[in-house]
Ligand binder design. Structure first.
Ligand code: CUK
Ligand code: CUA
Length: 639
């Protein structure tokens, strides 16, 4: 009976998501001056960069706000033939893992680096869900410069959220897994004994941004969904939403929705770090890749790491607690003061708001309701600040405007709801078209939100754009939140499936941009620093072509002496020393996409010709009036 009722609920969820809740009409929702507010005149810059996760396209997409213009598809976890990411010899190591080269992933969440709980514009971190990894993007070059694989993890969803001075980037596993990857070969029905939730703490070098898997915490075998760090007063803590406290391993739709409450787990990361420093934790043998981009050689390297320190529930007994949270919490968000922790129970008809001060008091008073797998559970009422009543259906994620208001996305009732954090009163609601997932306010999860705009990233598009067959572009919607009531300003299509996003004022990073790489600093082993040095060198069946490109020719541009089966490496150095003058390089019949070489950079394309013949090569990026003349030939003779 109970499960029937629950099945009913999920059926309602599915049906309303697809058909119902189609609010009035678009016309009524758009205010008169909307066009003016989103208009960015030709030649003018947008006010904000908006970094949007690419979901199942594996990349990060960069938009301008308020225009919604797409500025860049930034390759992170998926190969990108457009610029050779994952195809050039230099970038291939970025996508190495302990499972070998992986050309794709599912990218959900982004975090901008912070200093004193404020966005600082240095780096952007991105998670890969499928094969657990965290990437770091350098915002001076908009390049993915580091990718760290996470062992003992699967479905790296609660990631990559960071502490207020970017001391740690934290990643929680969505799938409970046997902690020791190497010993994962156990019966699935030993789930309750053998499967654990694992939290990874990635230490960040404050100078270089370099990542290092400092330690992991082996937590109860529950699904860690999302998280956010505390800030200011709660800065030493991290909060994770957890669902499936039932520990179901089949038909979760029903079996993981039985309990009235799941949990928010609070972890004192400072104490955990001290425990590791004091020698606590056991060393687990495992394998994970650490891939780094080197800006002087313009090349990536991949190293396999073998060990990680893991703290147990017992080690963490004074530093890890659970707070009951109604029905399968998804989003877990902390307000700008650090006092309020918001859990969004997807299936709950209210939003619980927890108080950090009350939580600390409850721990001191030992106001516990019992234990969950060895972790003390704080009494719900003891940590509760209050509940937002009747906010809407299907609360998912919350962001903040820095003026004491919270904005929560409602997936099922398809709306954004604004409410006051102190008195928990609903102040405004606006429809989304349709079924919003994440929402984002620039700086909206930091200690100092920039406010002004809110973007809803919607899951269902339906009738919003000219139809494009069975699959429609996902839809983002921009709202003006500067007044008491939210105003819908703009729809814009997005790439892949956006989940979380981040935004910051344009001038925080535009002024630091690298416009080209100095050719004198190029330490690539196959760099050719002047046309006179270009050459072809044979070593057995390997042929190295030291090639240069400059408007508007390649050197050498006629190559003979290549035989079928040779491994030909075109090392192309772009000699330009000016902004926005990349050259492309492509050759007929090549198995490896193209190269797009930035000024001052060297990139390598590998080619193994299969048939004798004449093979034209050319520049793909229209670089000058004589771009079409930028071409050459490679003659391939029989082996
Ligand atoms: S999740 Cu997508 S709507 Cu992966 Cu952050 Cu909530
Ligand atoms: Cu170089 Cu076109």
């Amino acid at each position: 009976m109970k499960s029937l009722k629950l099945l009913g609920l999920s059926a309602i969820v599915a049906v309303t998501a697809l058909t119902g809740c189609k609010p009035k009409g678009t016309e009524t929702a758009v205010s008169g001056d909307a066009a003016q507010k989103v208009y960015v005149a030709p030649g003018k810059y947008d006010e904000f960069y908006n970094f949007v996760s690419g979901g199942f396209n594996g990349q990060v997409n960069v938009y301008g706000l308020p225009s919604g213009r797409l500025l860049k598809v930034l390759p992170v976890f998926s190969v990108n033939p457009e610029n050779g990411y994952g195809y050039s010899e230099e970038t291939k190591p970025m996508l190495e893992t302990s499972h070998g080269f992986i050309p794709w992933d599912d990218q959900h969440h982004l975090s901008l680096s912070q200093t004193n709980a404020e966005v600082d514009g240095r780096w952007l971190f991105a998670n890969a869900n499928n094969t657990p990894r965290v990437a770091r993007i350098d915002l001076k070059t908009f390049k993915t410069v580091e990718i760290l694989e996470l062992p003992n993890s699967a479905g790296n969803h609660s990631s990559p959220f960071l502490t207020e001075n970017t001391e740690y980037v934290v990643a929680g596993t969505r799938f409970a897994v046997p902690t020791d990857d190497a010993n994962g070969d156990v019966p699935i029905d030993s789930f309750k004994e053998n499967f654990k939730g694992v939290l990874s703490f990635i230490g960040i070098d404050q100078q270089t941004g370099g990542m290092d898997l400092s330690f992991q915490i082996e937590a109860p075998g529950i699904n860690f969904d999302l998280s956010h760090a505390g800030k200011k007063k709660s800065g030493d803590w991290f909060f994770f939403s957890c669902y499936n406290s039932e520990k179901a391993n089949t038909l979760l739709e029903v079996n993981a929705s039985q309990n009235d409450k799941d949990f928010i787990m609070a972890v004192n990361w400072k104490k955990a770090a001290e425990l590791v420093k004091a020698g606590k934790g056991r060393k687990v043998t495992t394998e994970y890749a650490h891939n780094k981009w080197d800006e002087s050689t313009h090349s990536a390297t991949s190293t396999m790491k073998k060990e990680v320190v893991v703290l147990s529930v017992e080690d963490m007994k004074d530093a890890m607690f659970m707070i009951p949270c109604p029905k399968s919490p998804h989003g877990c968000d902390v307000d700008p003061t650090g006092e309020y922790i918001i859990g969004s129970g997807k299936l709950a008809a209210l939003i619980p708001v927890f108080s950090f001060d009350k939580m600390i008091k409850a721990i001191a008073d030992k106001n516990f309701a019992g234990e969950y797998d060895g972790v003390q559970v704080i009494k719900y009422e003891a940590a509760l600040h209050g509940e937002v009543q009747k906010p809407g259906l299907g609360p998912l994620h919350t962001e903040f405007d820095g003026k004491g208001n919270a904005y929560t996305s409602m997936f099922v009732s398809s709306e954004v709801v604004k409410w006051n954090i102190k008195d928990l009163k609903v102040l405004d609601r606006q429809p989304t078209f349709y079924s919003v997932g994440h929402l984002m306010i620039p700086g909206g999860d930091s200690g100092k939100p920039f406010g002004k705009y809110l973007v809803a990233y919607n899951k269902i598009t339906k009738d919003r754009y000219l139809p494009t067959g069975p699959e429609l572009a996902q839809s983002a919607q921009l709202y003006d939140i500067s007044g008491d009531k939210m105003k819908l300003l703009l729809d814009f299509p997005t790439f892949g499936e956006p989940h979380y996003a981040q935004a910051l004022p344009g001038d925080m990073i535009s002024k630091n941009q690298v416009k080209f790489f100095k050719i004198a600093d190029n330490k690539h082993p196959y760099a050719t620093k002047g046309e006179a040095e270009s050459k072809v060198v044979r070593e057995g069946n390997k042929v190295h072509v030291y090639m240069t490109s400059i408007r508007s020719h390649f050197a050498p541009d006629n190559i003979e002496g290549i035989r079928v089966g040779d491994e030909v490496y075109f090392h192309v150095t772009n000699l330009e020393q000016d902004w926005d003058v990349p050259h492309g390089f492509a050759i007929k019949g090549n198995q490896n996409a193209e190269l797009l070489i930035m000024p001052g950079e060297t990139c390598t394309l590998k080619w193994v010709p299969k048939k004798p013949g004449m093979y034209p090569m050319y520049c793909t990026d229209f670089c000058s009036a004589l771009h079409q003349e930028m071409q050459g030939y490679v003659r391939v003779s029989p082996a």
